[in-house]
Write a protein that binds this ligand. Structure first.
Ligand code: MSP
Length: 479
């Protein structure tokens, strides 16, 4: 009998490799990983894409500063990205690099050709202010003291010929699709933000730069004097990764349209206006959902290299372990708003909720079950409870964590009340039954933890199965 397999395609933004990744970038990726793992555990066929946005002038500049050629520089930094993702247990299926001429370029070129064939690209003379930090044009109005406020840099005045994409033409159609829910923007506040922008109308956007003025970029098909604009190139990654543009593609057939693009709030306009317009122009289906998260702030300001307040995830990982980093991001940063990260808060959550809460409970219960030789039957397939799936399906990963930690607290309380460690002396059978109940509870907690803390979850499950106590604490207390 033919069964239709439920598929789930999820993407992160592709990251600029002009510097190493900080906790803000780790956030997009970790959230996406938790969602991807959750869908895999529900038996869906998941495709999880991440990668790097390489065809940009800021990468060239960073390479020069580092005294390397661009390719060498990129290879080094991409290996840092991958090493971080490895430590953070990011279970991606593909890491795309936009400089990869075999993997990425055919899709980006095909998309360009379709948009051109639709009559939506037009060469125009243009003069405007360009901010390299944003990799986009910026208006006079947006400047503060003549500088881009986000990057503290003066924009360049560009006078050149560009291909323009007729974005304005698609304003109404995109607005309709967002209003009808065909394209869902989550959360509501971001949906309203983009609808207000669409209400004001979209202006056409420059989609290429003269080849003479840029060092990198995909040549415009049929016009060697121009290079495809970074954002047009970058957005195409979501389909080029699925082999779009390379003839019959099983991946594209199976996974497009994407179930969810996970992005930060600063790149909403690119994903919820420009990208859908490109797809409409090319006659391709639109994404189903765009999930927009807030910023990680540090001392109240967006964590960014420009502001100099970055926390290197590698430092936290070496001090506290990767799963603690996943935990903090999942539980203590609200997915829809900005969330602050300081070492003090991190340590407090670590000691209180991981070392004391989870770690302590597991070791107490295992100690009793091992002493009394109690085991549980764990062959049954686990089903996530509805409260949990409702949170996860809405990307409220923090709520799913709250639910798990409520279970931890309840189990702790139950031990206080029933005192099985005392009961063993008066009623051994009752005590054993109680310990077995507790053991089942921590096994369930481990199942719930699987998408969030995959290796801790595995560790707890195998200790229970092997009837062992942990040799070292799961999360040693930090002074
Ligand atoms: N290359 C583009 C994305 C192209 S997608 C087709 C880009 N790259 S980026 O490296 O600057 O940012 C990648 C992601 O990291 C974005 O979603 C951005 O919102 C996120 N973050 C960067 N700093 C952040 C915080 N401080 N907090 C949370 N996420 C932030 O934009």
């Amino acid at each position: 009998m033919a069964t239709t397999e439920q598929t789930f395609y999820i993407t992160t933004p592709i990251f600029y490799p002009n510097a190493n990744l900080h906790m803000g970038h780790a956030y997009s990726t970790t959230l996406s990983d938790i969602i991807a793992r959750y869908h895999r555990l529900r038996g869906e066929r998941v495709y999880f894409l991440t990668g790097a946005d390489e065809n940009t002038e800021k990468v060239v500049r960073a390479a020069v500063k580092d005294g390397k050629n661009t390719e060498e520089y990129l290879n080094d930094i991409i290996s840092n990205f991958k090493s971080l993702f490895g430590k953070l247990e990011i279970s991606y299926d593909q890491f795309i690099r936009t400089s990869d001429q075999d993997v990425h370029w055919p899709g980006a070129e095909e998309l360009w050709k379709r948009i051109a064939a639709a009559g939506d690209l037009e060469k125009r003379a243009y003069e405007g202010l360009y901010c390299i930090g944003h990799e986009s044009f910026i208006t006079e109005k947006e400047l503060v003291d003549g500088k881009c406020p986000d990057h503290d840099e003066k924009p360049e005045l560009l006078k050149e010929e560009n291909y323009f994409f007729k974005l304005s033409k698609y304003t109404g159609e995109i607005k309709g699709k967002i209003e009808s829910g065909e394209l869902r923007i989550i959360p509501e506040t971001r949906r309203n933000e983009i609808l207000a922008l669409l209400e004001r109308g979209l202006e056409d956007v420059s989609f290429s730069r003269p080849a003479s003025k840029v060092t990198v970029g995909i040549p415009v098909p049929g016009d060697d004097t121009q290079r495809i604009y970074v954002w047009c190139d970058a957005l195409a990654n979501y389909i080029s990764a699925l082999d779009f543009g390379k003839g019959a593609s099983e991946l594209y057939e199976k996974f497009w349209p994407v179930d969810v693009h996970v992005i930060g709030k600063d790149i909403l306009r690119f994903h919820a206006a420009i990208w859908p317009a490109m797809l409409l122009s090319a006659g391709l289906p639109l994404p189903k959902k765009i999930f927009v998260h807030g910023f990680i702030t540090s001392g109240g300001k967006k964590m960014s290299k420009t502001l100099g307040n970055v926390i290197d995830p590698n430092d936290l990982i070496s001090e506290y372990g990767a799963e603690s980093v996943r935990y903090y991001l999942a539980r203590h940063i609200s997915p829809f708003e900005d969330g602050d990260l300081t070492i003090e808060k991190f340590k407090e959550a670590y000691n209180g909720e991981l070392a004391n809460g989870l770690g302590n409970l597991v070791s107490r219960v295992l100690k009793m079950s091992v002493t009394h030789g109690i085991s549980v039957n764990v062959d049954k397939k686990f089903t996530f409870p509805i409260v949990y799936t409702e949170s996860m399906d809405r990307f409220k990963v923090n709520e799913a964590c709250d639910y798990i930690w409520k279970k931890i607290q309840e189990t702790d309380q139950r031990i206080q009340e029933k005192q099985p460690f005392k009961l063993v002396k008066s009623d051994l059978e009752a005590a054993k039954a109680e310990i077995q109940y507790l053991l089942k509870e921590i096994y369930n907690i481990a199942e719930l933890l699987a998408p969030i803390l995959p290796s801790t979850s595995e560790k707890i499950k195998s200790l229970i199965k092997e009837n062992k106590t942990p040799e070292t604490p799961l999360f040693p207390r930090k002074e």
